[in-house]
Design a protein around this ligand. Structure first.
Ligand SMILES: Nc1nc2c(ncn2[C@@H]2O[C@H](COP(=O)(O)OP(=O)(O)O)[C@@H](O)[C@H]2O)c(=O)[nH]1
Ligand SMILES: [Mg+2]
Length: 344
């Protein structure tokens, strides 16, 4: 078991910073305004990710309507559904919109603009959510467990979260609980060096529950503000993995009775339905409290957030917008819907 305690007074060696990671310089890590600027700039990138979905609304859907309005009958509703169901917003949303338009407009002539309002209302209400802020402990360290399939962006999201807390002046301790892959431990160690926060690691192959145990114990004993725990995304079997997550939760609760305060499920916005189904296993086994939707920058079809909200019934707390430390933003359903419909 090894601890890396970086005392506040220790200078962070500038040489440890990868020159390709310009946004991750230690001086920027300490500068909250730079952090906020990056996030603001990036939310533009996130809205840009909606372009394909927005375009689709304005072409395929618009084409269904004649300028003088279109009679809403079974034939029309079928055509509308066929287009809606092909979008990245998913079958449930397609059905909801078709049924609402059928209910409100059947046997009448409906105009494109009216329909667009209906579509926007339905999307907005499907995304409505409460409790998007990260829940913090009232006393003692806030413990955040991060779960998700391999490659979804767990380790990167942990680094971004740690960077945010660190920039707020909080003392952050990371726990490298993905001991299944040696590279995963090393990856988190590199991020912790770059951010200037502490980390608990063990050799690869060690029992992840014991790493978690050590990390949370240290967070309590040394009065850290936040403790973020990485986990494996894959083991020999799915059953093993779920058992392990269960054990990890029990170990955490032994130290801090009301912890973990958050169990964040990291989902890759560019992944297909298969990855989403896999992630459902995590959400059930780990008792997830919120979603981090990573790689929204790489997904031209930002509409995927709609089926994700519907299928998981968990708030999307944060979105990942790139590979750098500052590339994370809070998810705001309102600006999302506005971005989709080109409203200001
Ligand atoms: N473009 C982009 N890439 C990301 C984002 N989050 C993670 N990645 C990349 O996705 C890959 C897998 O991420 P990693 O954090 O190692 O996933 P893990 O296996 O779940 O821990 C890495 O190459 C990351 O740089 C994001 O928000 N945007
Ligand atoms: Mg990882």
């Amino acid at each position: 078991m090894a601890f890396w305690n970086r005392k506040k007074t220790d200078p962070t060696p500038a040489t440890s910073v990868d020159p390709t990671q310009a946004a991750a310089t230690p001086s920027e890590a300490a500068d909250t305004s730079a952090n906020a600027n990056t996030a603001a700039k990036k939310s533009g990138g996130w809205l840009a990710g909606l372009r394909k979905t927005a375009q689709w609304l304005n072409t395929d859907i618009r084409d269904l309507w004649k300028s003088e309005g279109e009679l809403v009958d079974d034939d029309f509703l079928q055509k509308l559904f066929a287009i809606l169901v092909r979008s990245d917003m998913g079958g449930d949303m397609a059905r909801t919109i078709r049924d609402r338009i059928g209910r409100d407009y059947r046997a009448r002539k409906g105009h494109f603009e009216e329909m667009l309002t209906v579509i926007s209302e339905e999307i907005r209400s499907s995304l409505e959510q409460t409790g998007t802020a990260i829940k913090m402990a009232e006393t003692g360290p806030t413990v955040i467990l991060v779960v998700g399939v391999n490659g979804s962006g767990k380790t990167t999201s942990i680094a971004k979260l740690a960077y945010r807390f660190h920039a707020q002046g909080k003392r952050v301790l990371l726990g490298a609980g993905d001991t299944f892959r040696a590279a995963a431990v090393e990856q988190l160690k590199i991020w912790s060096d770059r951010i200037g926060c502490d980390i608990v690691t063990a050799a690869s192959g060690a029992d992840p529950a014991s790493v978690v145990f050590q990390t949370v114990a240290k967070a309590v004993a040394d009065q850290y503000d936040v403790c973020i725990l990485d986990t494996a995304g894959r083991l020999q079997t799915q059953g093993h993995l779920m058992q392990q997550l269960d054990k990890i939760r029990r170990v955490i609760t032994k130290h801090v009775a009301d912890a973990p305060h958050e169990v964040l499920l990291v989902l890759d916005a560019t992944a297909g339905q298969n990855a989403i189904s896999q992630a459902k296993g995590f959400s059930q086994a780990a008792g997830c409290t919120g979603i981090v939707l990573s790689k929204l920058d790489g997904s031209a079809k930002g509409g995927v957030i709609v089926p994700i909200r519907q299928q998981f019934n968990l708030p999307v707390k944060l979105v990942g917008l790139g590979e750098q430390l500052g590339d994370m933003a809070e998810f705001d359903p309102d600006s999302f819907t506005k971005g989709l419909f080109g409203e200001e």
